[in-house]
Each structure stands twice: as C-alpha cells, then as structure tokens.
Design a protein around this ligand. Structure first.
Ligand SMILES: NC(=O)c1ccc[n+]([C@@H]2O[C@H](COP(=O)([O-])OP(=O)(O)OC[C@H]3O[C@@H](n4cnc5c(N)ncnc54)[C@H](O)[C@@H]3O)[C@@H](O)[C@H]2O)c1
Length: 464
C-alpha cells in the first residue's frame, strides 16, 4: 500500500489505490475484496467530524496524582498532567512518586516539588505511593512487564488511572488487565491509556470518516513502526541479573514484550480502532539481525499479517535496524478510496479524486489531551475506560510476536488463554515482594525452537 512512506502525497499520486495491481492481486487471492460486494453507498465525505470539544471541567475537584515509574515517559506524563490540569482550571498536583531505583525516585523532588519522604523506591514503592492519603490519580509508566500488577493494585486501591502502553507482555498479564479494567468500570473509576493517537482530533476525525464509509468497506490495512536505526541499549549494569535486566529493560521479553509489543502497539491500535475489532489470527516472521554481540533476548524486526473475523487483513511491519527509510504510519484501503495516517498529517483520498485532510485543529497534542480527557471524565463524571481497547491491541501485538517467534499461525484464543509467563513467578502474584536476584535469560527466539504454547513450553534459555 505505502511504497515510500517518506513522501505520502507523492506516494498517493504515484499510484491510485484502485489501480494498484499488487494489492488487487493479493487481495483477490485472499478474499480481501469480499467486503466490496457489500459496499452499496457513495462515499460519506461529509461525515460529521468527531473532534471532542475541550469541555471545561465543571467541578473543581483537586486531582492528587502519583507517578509510578519516573523515567523519561513518567516524567513527561507528569508534565503533561500538570499542563492539562492548568488548561482545564483544575487544581492538579503530583503528591508522590515511585521508582524502583532511589536516584530516579528522588527526581520527583526537583521536578515536581514532591516532599522527599513521598519519593518512594523499591519493588513495593508503588504500594506506598498509592497509599498516600488523598491520591485519586495514578500515572503508570514503568516498563510494561510491571503494568498489569500495578494497574490491578491501583484499581484495587480505588484510583483513576493513566497507564502507558503496552499494558502487558503475555496472555496471563493481559488477563490481569482485562479483569482490573472491568473492576474499574464497576467502581466508576476512569482509565486512560497512552495510545495517544486516540486523543488527537487529526486521528479521531479521520478514523470516524473511515468508519462512516469515506473509503467504502475497508478491505486491507497496513501499519508501520519502522525505525531507521537501533533502539537504545544501556549495557549490563547491576549486581544481579534482575537488576541488569530492569535497567536495560527493553531487551528482555518479560519487561518489554519486544518492540512489536512495545512500540508497534500504537499502529496496531489504529487498525483495531478502524476495524472496531481485534484480529482473530496471524502469522509472520522476523529476526534479530543487528543486535549481534549485545545482551538481550529480543528481535529487531517483525513482519506479521493479522486477520480479522470478517476476513480483512492488516499487514504490520516494525523494525529497529539501520536502514535508509523509516516510517511510523498507518493506512487503510477501502473499496472507494484510501486513508493514510502520518502523525496527524492524515488524509483520505477517494476514488473520485477528492482529498480530505484535517484542518483547523489547534489542540492535537495527544500526550496532553489524554490527561485532559481523563481529568474531564473524573470531574464531570463521564464514562472513560480505555483498558479493554489498549489490552486488545497489546494482545494483538503479543499474538503477532508469538506467531513470528514460533513460526506457526497463532489464534486469539490460544494467546489469550495461554499460561506461560515470561517473568518471575511473583510478577503477577505479588510483585511488591520481588527482590533483586537471579533470573534466567532466554535465547533470542528461533522459529521452530521457541513455542510458549507447547506443553511444556519450548523456551530455550542461555543461562538460568
Ligand atoms: N505513549 C508513548 O508515546 C510513549 C513514549 C515513551 C514511552 N512510553 C512507555 O512508557 C513506559 C516507560 O518508558 P520510558 O521510556 O519512560 O522508560 P524509562 O526506562 O525511561 O523509565 C522507566 C522507569 O520505570 C522505573 N521502574 C522500573 N521498574 C519499576 C518498578 N517495578 N516500579 C517502579 N518503577 C520502576 C525505572 O527505574 C525507570 O525510571 C513504557 O511502557 C513505554 O512504552 C510511551
């Protein structure tokens, strides 16, 4: 679909979607075009835009937030929360922070004015922060491996939650988040997720138009998180294996989920959003090509094809390899047009040549908007719970990863109901009680030699 992502407008004019023989041929062979037969309506080019009004908070309920995981994103999310509170005229404050490492936790003092005795550290720091009186807002921004347990704890403690994506790294972790998400609804707690495109008018408007028929029935999608270079690697610092892994968390599956889960979840989420569904099965491939000689378990590229229940497929590619092109984008092809998404420079081109682009948008910063929307939901008591949608997209990514790792087709129910956990035993049982110590390192997965669904699971280790 997108043959040269660096220049979207040229890419579209170079090839009119409906004349794209590659897609047409592959679609014909896979049944993608089945949906076209159902398409009877003209393009709904005038579909109502869905930009959310910036509802001013009606009540002035103070929001007392804690940040759990005070690294790059946790600190950024804290600033975004403050900016959103200010814009809404709500009294917002960071009252406590938690980080596993003391030197990170203490940055809460200078950066957010948090008293030193409320800058908690250690595996149980999240519990201490959540227990601070008056806390009603938890920002969860640790590495993804801890998210499920921290989310469960926050909901049990009765807090509204902003949680970063992805929300888990395996099926058992996703089940914890699904259950806690349902509990949040029962308790009338509000939950927003760090899939920030869902809070950007440039995406909201475009996706709504597609859902309303602007390109006809969607017949195929493709999503990219293709970096033109490697991800960070922090080396092997720490006295124990667990410390080394937590400090260099991106490179361990139990902490990161691999980059198809960690980053590509954003793009997969757009596909699921457009389709109002999650895929039911997938197959794919990938490799560890440019991480040679570096510690860790992960791969640096994946290419996975996912299929939705209605037969429509999405092709997802992600990679962290030095290469000449890069693209973080999404595209959907319909019977009567194409929609493409480039960090807000989104457009919809219909078969009759009409081009739609989002215009007049002034507040398209998803990082701030996600807090604005969460705060608004809290103070106005309106519904907001993004736990299920972000978990659906996280599990989609996990399903893709396991299909590529194993070299087998994987279906939704298998990954959802799987019992293999990548992390230490205590991770989902009582992660506050975890300690620095020994832990296994897995061999980077090799198709036909790695399969977590086998009994017993086939997961070769490098060292125990
Ligand atoms: N939505 C986005 O665009 C976006 C952007 C960047 C990062 N993120 C997400 O934010 C999360 C964190 O990423 P980052 O870039 O900030 O990483 P980071 O390494 O900069 O920060 C993670 C922090 O969590 C701390 N931590 C680790 N385990 C902990 C535990 N058990 N309890 C408390 N603290 C713990 C670490 O010490 C570190 O300070 C990831 O899930 C990532 O995907 C999202």
């Amino acid at each position: 679909m997108q043959d040269h992502p660096a220049n979207p407008s040229n890419a579209v004019s170079r090839r009119h979607f409906l004349k794209n023989s590659t897609i047409a041929a592959s679609a014909a062979g896979t049944g993608f075009l089945a949906g076209c037969a159902r398409h009877k309506q003209a393009i709904a080019a005038t579909a109502a835009a869905a930009a959310p009004a910036v509802a001013r908070a009606q009540a002035k309920q103070p929001i007392n937030a804690v940040i759990i995981g005070l690294g790059g994103r946790g600190s950024g999310a804290g600033r975004d929360f403050m900016e959103a509170s200010k814009a809404l005229g709500v009294e917002g404050k960071i009252v406590a922070v938690a980080d596993i490492f003391p030197d990170k936790a203490i940055t809460g003092k200078d950066n957010f004015g948090v008293p030193e005795d409320k800058c908690f550290s250690g595996f149980d720091a999240f519990q201490k922060a959540l227990a601070v009186p008056g806390v009603n807002y938890a920002i969860l921004a640790t590495p993804p491996g801890f998210r499920a347990s921290h989310f469960k704890a926050a909901i049990e403690a009765g807090k509204n939650v902003f949680m970063e994506k992805p929300v888990a790294v395996d099926g058992p972790g996703c089940r914890v988040v699904y259950a806690a998400g349902e509990e949040a609804t029962k308790k009338n707690l509000k939950v927003a997720a760090g899939t920030q495109r869902r809070h950007r008018p440039s995406y909201i408007e475009a996706v709504k138009r597609v859902q309303d028929g602007a390109i006809g029935d969607v017949i195929a999608l493709r999503v990219y998180w293709v970096n033109g270079g490697p991800i960070w690697h922090r080396g092997d610092q720490g006295a124990t294996e667990i410390e080394k892994q937590v400090r260099n968390w991106y490179h361990y599956i139990w902490l990161c989920g691999d980059h198809i889960c960690e980053q590509h979840v954003h793009n997969i989420d757009i596909s699921n959003w457009i389709m109002k569904a999650h895929p039911v099965k997938c197959w794919g491939m990938g490799a560890r090509q440019q991480l040679e000689g570096k510690s860790g378990e992960i791969w640096d590229n994946f290419s996975v094809e996912f299929q939705y229940a209605n037969g429509v497929r999405v092709q997802g590619s992600c990679g962290q390899i030095k290469r000449a092109w890069s693209s973080v984008s999404e595209a959907a092809a319909g019977c009567t047009g194409v929609a493409e998404f480039y960090d807000g420079r989104n457009f919809i081109k219909s078969a009759d040549g009409k081009m739609w682009r989002p215009t007049g948008i002034t507040e398209d910063n998803g990082y701030v908007n996600e807090h604005r929307d969460l705060i608004n939901a809290i103070v106005n008591d309106t519904a907001l719970n993004e736990a299920k949608q972000v978990t659906d997209s996280t599990l989609t990514a996990i399903m893709g990863r396991e299909a590529a790792y194993s070299g087998s087709e994987v279906d939704w129910d298998t990954v959802l109901n799987s019992n293999f956990t990548y992390g230490p035993d205590l991770l989902y049982k009582d992660c506050a009680k975890m300690e620095w110590g020994a832990f296994r390192t897995l061999q980077p997965p090799m198709p036909s030699m790695h399969d977590i669904f086998k009994d017993p699971p086939m997961v070769p280790v490098v060292k125990v």
